[in-house]
Design a protein. Structure first.
Length: 95
């Protein structure tokens, strides 16, 4: 592996580790998102999951989607085979 490639991989790893929450989403919104997703069984799959999370958090659908993507990027969630997202931290942490 060349030094240049190694440096590029290090920078990309650092950038990935520094994922920022979605624009307009506060730390309190993130905590509310986690509680709301836990309250519906930890999985965001379809309309019946997204709507209660939106109502509980006050976030828009796009903010909920972006927050789920942020949780994936920070390893606080995993992608499900059916395209959904499962939170894996807090009350949703695997036993």
């Amino acid at each position: 592996m060349t030094p240049r490639l190694l440096a590029l991989m290090s920078v990309l790893g650092f950038v990935a580790a520094c994922a920022l929450p979605p624009q307009g989403v506060t730390q309190q919104d993130l905590a509310n998102f986690d509680l709301a997703v836990a309250s519906i069984g930890c999985d965001l799959i379809g309309e019946s999951d997204y709507l209660p999370v939106e109502l509980q958090t006050g976030l828009t659908r796009q903010q909920v989607i972006d927050t789920a993507q942020f949780r994936l990027a920070t390893d606080a969630a995993v992608q499900l085979e059916n395209g959904g997202v499962r939170l894996v931290t807090g009350d949703c942490a695997p036993a």
